[in-house]
Design a binder for this molecule. Sequence first.
Ligand code: NAG
Ligand code: NAG
Length: 970
Amino acid sequence: MYSLKLLGALVLLISVPQTFAVKSHDFKTCSQAGFCRRGRALASRAKEASSWASPYSIDLSTIEIAHDSAKFTAQVKSSLYPDVKFGLDVRLHTDGVVRVRMDEIDALKKHYDEAASWALISEPKVSKSMKWSVGKTEFRAKFGEGQEFEIVVQFNPLKIVLLKGSKEQIVLNGQGLLHMEHFRPKKVEAEGEQKPEGMEDAQTVMKVKPNAWFEGEDEDAYWEETFGSWTDSKPKGPESLSIDISFPNHANIYGIPQHATRLSLPSTTGESPHFEDPYRLYNTDVFEYIASSPMSLYGSIPILHAHSADSTVGIFHAVGSETWIDVSHATDKSTETHWISESGILDIFLMPGPTPADVFAQYARLTGTPVLPAHWALGYHQCRWNYISSDDVRTVQKRFDEEGMPVDVFWLDIEYSQDHKYFIWEPKNFPDPVDMINDVAATGRHMVVIVDPHLKRVNEYPVYKEASERGVLVKPKSGEGEYEGWCWSGSSSWIDFFNPGAWDWWKSLFKPYQLASGGWSWTQSTEAVHIWNDMNEPSVFNGPEISMPRDNVHYNGWEHRDIHNINGMLFSNATYQALLERSDPPQRPFVLTRSFFAGSQRFGAMWTGDNLGTWEHMEVGVKMVLANGIAGMSFGGSDVGGFFGNPEPEMLVRWYQVGAMAPFFRAHAHIDTKRREPYLLDQPYKDIVRDILRLRYTMLPVWYTAFRETTVTGLPVLRPHYVTFPEDKNGFDLDDQYYIGSSGLLVKPVSEKGATEASVYLAEDQVYYDYFSHQVYRGSAKGKNVTVPAALHQLPLFIRGGSIVSTRERPRRASTLMKRDPFTLRVALDKKGSARGELYIDDGETYSHRNGEFIWRQFFADKRKKELRISSKDLAALRPSDAVDGVALKTFNPANEFAKSVSGVRVERIVVVGLGSKPKSVKVEGGQTLEWEYTPGAASNDKKDGAAGILIIKDPATPIANNWEISVQF
Ligand SMILES: *[C@@H]1O[C@H](CO)[C@@H](O)[C@H](O)[C@H]1NC(C)=O
Ligand SMILES: *[C@@H]1O[C@H](CO)[C@@H](O)[C@H](O)[C@H]1NC(C)=O
């Protein structure tokens, strides 16, 4: 058996624990990718030339301005090739985003132009209120509320500048690196060229090749390219894109995930500290990836933020092919980037900000916000490669319950399936899958089962057989038949999700009942099963760079190179849609994807892939999750414990702390690792991890409320400092601490061996309270580091003064059993004695919230002279123009069915933190006097550090769904 042999070899390769090594030679460096080499060579010729001007300019006779909207088009020509024309389209959207699109006109072939159609939620509306003014050398147009923004399109050479006030924010082609390689016939490429304009020292080069000053002397990898034993046939020849995008007034840039590196992206062009290669976006299954590298990983989102204390702007380039991005911090005020893509068209969105929140909103209007997850998906997920049988699953579940450790989801990796034919249960070990799922569901839990995109090529596998009969599999370069490659299932083929013909069929597979059509469906499953889509880069064991050949053919004849980075998103979307249609009324699906692109946030969660059980990987995982949040993909986490290796107990405990403070919280482990379910830990580790798991569950209202917000605003669930304090320069490089949504909770996860304390940066003149001990830490307006205790059992978690945090503190086995649990409110008073906070809840599993079935509260605490008032108001009623999950609240009814269903749910405790003096009485407005207890603090005069004064109001019994007010009298 071929496949088993291959698997055996793989297991051997990866079974050497702790000697981790990425196989770098499996993956290209820039110098091994023809188009990247060409792009970088262009940049260095420009740098070395005594004078340099872009050969691209606007043909003035072709300019057309739409009279009814802020849009203009013109032809762009290049002095290199007078017969080649490009169409430029510059338009302003109603929200101030400027889209710049350029494609070749009357080309010999077509450049791939569909990336935006997959990434965007709809065609953006073009502004009608703005008018272009035409000058001799340029077009200009002002826009924005106070006309503070201006877009300038210079004709010759072509240059596009976004200004705010008189300050340059974004400059396209300012360095003259724009180059869109036109399609050309193979033999006659040197004909009909002209001497380039404005090139004094081009004369000598001209003798060799007329355009060599710009394009280089030889046709470097134009028509064919080999890497290792693979040859890429490049049937369309050169078609790459190069463009420089500069931020003359922004020193920090963030985004373009996924890379294992710092959040504020280091240079790739020589300034220290720096990487040698550009950041690469090419979705790849990188085995044992390096914890600090610009190498590509599983997902790619071509968006970045450029930030300064003055403003934040963003760039989104809708390109789906391999892209390399050089970053230069040549001065400490500016950043230059150079984008080099293998194919596609220029389709760049300039997001003017000017705040981080504005850029998030602008990007969310383009590609959508994260989907509101099922509430249970925010609980703890227990995974391993593999839980080997249905009885294994039952035993693990039992052990969690015996140890009082909450968990919501049990996962099954590939070994559940017979010969890695996904959906098909291995009959010996999983003889009773539906019973097993029901046993898990009986405690309110769910299962997630893996379904990968490679299909075992055997006719007795109905999924392969049906896909083959429908002709929806990816084709080899000939365009005929089925591409065959190797993956877990041995000889495999891949569904082409670019083919709409695959969509409805894929949806039908997930129906847990017999189909009327007689087609195959997953009758051996239930609605409690959700899906993990792995290996969707796609990973192909015997393919170039562990993926598909670029000359493979997809729907409509597009080559794999054109759509490579989009591929994984379409797979997770198809699965998401399938789960959505599985039930009536629809339940919110949970789909985890390894590969992702711009827009993937609409379909579910991602994780940082096959990380290592090392401190470095624990640390960089936090930064990677932050970077994904910048790119819209908030629902992320990294595997707790590390996928490879056997973490020592201390590391595992720290990793649980990291995981519990991430949006997606899952433990996972490689097949060769020792079992490491948390109940297997010795003391004191076991108790510490139990407390962490319980902490996560108490904080579910915080996480869920943060998710509601991101579904509307696009603001990330984890907020790095520059997002929360855009003007505080001390925070621009900070990526090892962050806030959770708008809750006011500040986390500094510890990922250092042997730590007993940690340094936390406080950006403002405000009090912060230790979440557990209520110790007071005081920040400063200039920013201040404070040292906090961080022994192994101590997670540095703080409440910012001025916040009210809602929790549910009764330990339960699973989150679904908490629906009627009472709430605790932690009121953390700010320096002036006030605070506020939000709570959002709904049924957590259906879409009835879109019909107004939810509770959305705002809590206030306000200190007047002799009184502290704590109140709860209906936020939906306060903000009728706001939205939940994209649906406006205008018709919100506070007495909705969901609110009625939780009318018995109360606040059982209010903890007021930072109260300087002892009250005389506490009572509910219009109601009874309440019991309370006051502990004075050393910091009670609000000047010194020390323990905060604490008032605990016992059982106020105020309903969570109602308005109420409590008066604390002094
Ligand atoms: C997602 O799937 C739906 C329905 O199958 C389809 O209409 C839509 O275009 C898909 N979007 C992406 C990004 O795959
Ligand atoms: C806080 O500590 C970091 C790391 O040691 C240091 O780089 C930074 O300058 C400090 N910030 C302040 C405001 O002291």
